[in-house]
Design a protein around this ligand. Structure first.
Ligand SMILES: Cc1ncc(C[n+]2csc(CCOP(=O)(O)OP(=O)(O)O)c2C)c(N)n1
Length: 476
């Protein structure tokens, strides 16, 4: 009988995704541990028949190109974020096999928080953590796992405890948590250790396939290029030096008694949500809103100004009132380091259609209450849109000639009413008069339900009327 030796079918036969002419070899250097570990994982996926439902997450580091090689689902994520992305993917597709494959720079430096919390939640994923004691891809900088005394690009005299602390033992840290089911440190050094690693890779994947358990496999591996050693010498280094600091073995294994992680998704109906969140239903007066029914309303509004000008509450009033007109609405505040005097903005959507995202990147309406807001957002407004700006505070005119522009001295008009802070409601009055998307009467009647400070309701009602009157006079 002839035996044909070939690559696992979990790898592409030809690496078409790899740019350039070389489509047959990987990007890994001779002696690199990544190539061997890839092979062990691919072989296990084949043998378990799960290639088609596997999603391989390659983050940043030398394994960033895993999607050239693995004939599985692939998702590429930012440095360190693979366990967070894996969490979302696994929860959205509980039947899939999700692999988070990470280097030591990735997992133990920038991604420390992500791995700890994914492990602590016991997500049903398998994490392969390649510890080669260095940042391989970027030229050999110190990693959290670099050994004391080890020379790297950023520790040319060798890592010192005083400067850099101690090498972190991630497996031991993960094993202290309650949720992880299986944590083991293995090695790609000599043949015997690699064969043991093969068994461990299979056990970890099986645990996910059968029980959705969280497993964490740390793989000590060589990076000959950054160690500046021959491939065979670097493997010896892993075995004789790296392993001393990172002892091999099982750190935690409760797979025998682990019954499996159940993942249940509860789809909550709209009515139930109302009860759970203890929401009240805004009254909708069908008769009063009938004249808006046939309008194809779909406004994306950006409200921007100084903190303290009532920018966010202007947005709240618009969205609250939108609900009273049976529109779909969203309100998204943007809190930067804003305080009174700083800049603030919010995004409001008011639409007849369901809203997918509350973000407003290109507003159909910009309300600019100070100069920095006009400067910042003017160019974002869609062609044919509208800019309303407070010309009692802003000392320049908008330059766009493809949008409608309405200057309104909102702050001055509010001052005349006795309170500068009512400028935002002057603008509400002006806006609904220009755009005719809401009933002034409904807004005046329900303002008391929306404003927190009841003693200001009357003043704000007057401000709305003043804004409306200003526009009507302009029209004349
Ligand atoms: C947010 C972010 N920070 C930094 C980098 C630069 N960067 C790319 S790879 C890498 C180190 C990777 O080292 P490691 O995770 O140990 O993987 P290896 O290359 O050794 O396999 C860094 C810092 C980046 N791409 N993105």
């Amino acid at each position: 009988m002839n035996t044909i030796l070939k690559k696992s079918s979990s790898f592409f036969d030809v690496y078409e995704r790899r740019p350039g002419s070389d489509k047959l070899t990987t990007t890994y250097c001779p002696g690199c541990g990544h190539g061997v570990l890839h092979k062990l994982i691919a072989e296990a996926l084949d043998d378990f028949g799960v290639r088609e439902k596997t999603i391989f997450i390659s983050p940043v580091g030398c394994s960033v190109f895993a999607y050239y090689y693995f004939h599985t689902g692939n998702v590429q994520v930012a440095h360190g974020r693979a366990p967070a992305a894996a969490t979302g993917i696994k929860r959205a597709h509980p039947g899939s096999i999700v692999i988070s494959y990470q280097g030591d720079g990735d997992l133990a430096a920038i991604g420390t928080a992500e791995i700890i919390h994914a492990a602590n939640r016991g997500e049903g994923i398998t994490v392969f953590f390649v510890n080669n004691a260095v940042y391989g891809m970027t030229g050999g900088q110190m990693a959290p796992t670099t050994l004391i005394g080890q020379k790297t690009m950023t520790t040319p005299r060798g890592r010192s405890v005083e400067n850099d602390g101690y090498p972190i033992r991630m497996s031991e840290i993960i094993a202290t948590l309650d949720a992880p089911v299986f944590v083991e440190r293995v090695m790609i050094g000599d043949t015997k250790s690699t064969m043991h690693t093969r068994q461990t890779v299979r056990k970890a994947l099986k645990l996910q396939i059968e029980k959705n358990g969280f497993s964490f496999i740390e793989v000590l591996a060589a990076c000959p290029s950054q160690l500046k050693m021959t491939p065979s010498r670097s493997k010896l280094w892993v075995k004789e030096v790296l392993e001393k600091r990172f002892p091999l073995g099982v750190c935690k294994d409760i797979s025998g008694e682990f019954e499996g992680r159940k993942f249940t998704r509860k789809d909550v109906k709209n009515d139930e949500l109302h009860d759970i969140l203890d929401l009240e239903t805004a009254q909708v007066d069908l008769e009063k809103i009938s004249r808006f029914q046939d309008k194809p309303i779909n406004e994306e509004i950006k409200v921007a100004g100084f903190g303290g000008q009532g920018v966010l509450s202007l947005g709240t009033v618009l969205s609250e009132m939108g609900m009273r007109h049976n529109y779909e609405v969203s309100w998204l505040p943007s809190y930067g380091p804003e305080m009174r005097g700083g800049t603030a903005n919010c995004s409001v959507k008011i639409s007849k259609k369901k809203i997918g995202s509350p973000l407003v990147a290109n507003p159909t309406i910009l309300i600019a209450m100070n100069r920095p807001s006009l400067d910042k957002f003017e160019n974002d407004v869609v062609s044919g849109g509208l800019i309303i700006y407070d010309d009692s505070l802003i000392d320049r005119k908008p330059v766009r000639d493809d949008v409608d522009i309405i200057p309104i001295p909102a702050t001055k008009l509010a001052d005349e009413l006795g309170n500068t802070k009512a400028a935002n409601m002057v603008i509400v009055g002006a806006l609904i008069t220009v755009k005719e998307i809401m009933s002034q009467q409904i807004i005046l009647d329900s303002l008391g339900d929306v404003l927190k400070r009841k003693n200001l309701v009357e003043l704000n009602q007057k401000a709305i009327l003043r804004g409306a009157e200003y526009i009507k006079n302009l029209k004349k």
